[in-house]
Design a protein around this ligand. Sequence first.
Ligand code: SAM
Length: 280
Amino acid sequence: MLSYLHAFHAGNFADVQKHAALTLAVAMMQAKPSGIAFVDTHAGSALYDLDSERARKTAEADAGIQKLWSARERLRSPDWQPMLGLLADQNPGADRLKQYPGSPAWFRHLLRAEDALTTFELHPSENRQLAEWAADRRVKAVQADGLAGMLKLLPPRQRRLLVLIDPSYEIKGDYAAVAATLEKAWMKCRHGVFVIWYPILTSGLQQTLLDQIRQGSVRKVLRSEVVLAQPPERGMTGSGMLVVNPPWGFDQRLSAMLADVAQGPDGLGVDHRVDWLVPE
Ligand code: SAM
């Protein structure tokens, strides 16, 4: 039974890091003309209302994307432009954001004619909203398990691949399942770019994912972590991203983006670091 709903968390500090890394990876890959197969294994619904009861209950976006939006004219990295562009389109003239795009909408915003996007979402109501949104947008929305579904698509018809793996980790076994799936996917498509989100928890459960990947065959795994400067005593204290086969220079450009938003009055109140979990 799936109980996680991303509407409670959309636009939080973890989404800022995740969608910054995602839009940067897509934009850098699109510097070359050949088509890219994009796969979103845990898509959620494509758009979130930040004024909804669910969003207001946690108010997580206030300490996340709303801060970034307030600071938009002071951001130094030009790599924020794709994110700022879609936020402006979705929220014309707004000083405070009402709509926040989920991962399928970020992919869709950047999709070129030669690219393709397949999304997986298991939750019936999330998938219904996603399918309605996707209907006329060249997006294939599938209600199925995202890890198994993604493996079936590999290798893709397009020459290049970018997969976002963003589970809710409601099931403890998800950490090991993600690592095992990455290993299989990499065997089928060694040049693919795989972007994996994970929570940093006081329980340390994420260590299973990191250890299993470190001990496996996959090479060239970049790790980006943002950690709350004032963490809660229990629960999620930070947000992590792994990027397998990042485009050259991605690490410096992502660091520059995160440095823009880490601290200061409009900052997310986080420390950030980028290193190689597994080198080449
Ligand atoms: N990727 C989205 C974004 O960045 O906007 C957020 C996704 S949310 C963290 C995780 C989603 O995975 C939830 O909507 C949940 O219903 C869905 N989910 C859970 N188990 C799944 C599975 N086995 N396959 C596909 N989707 C699943």
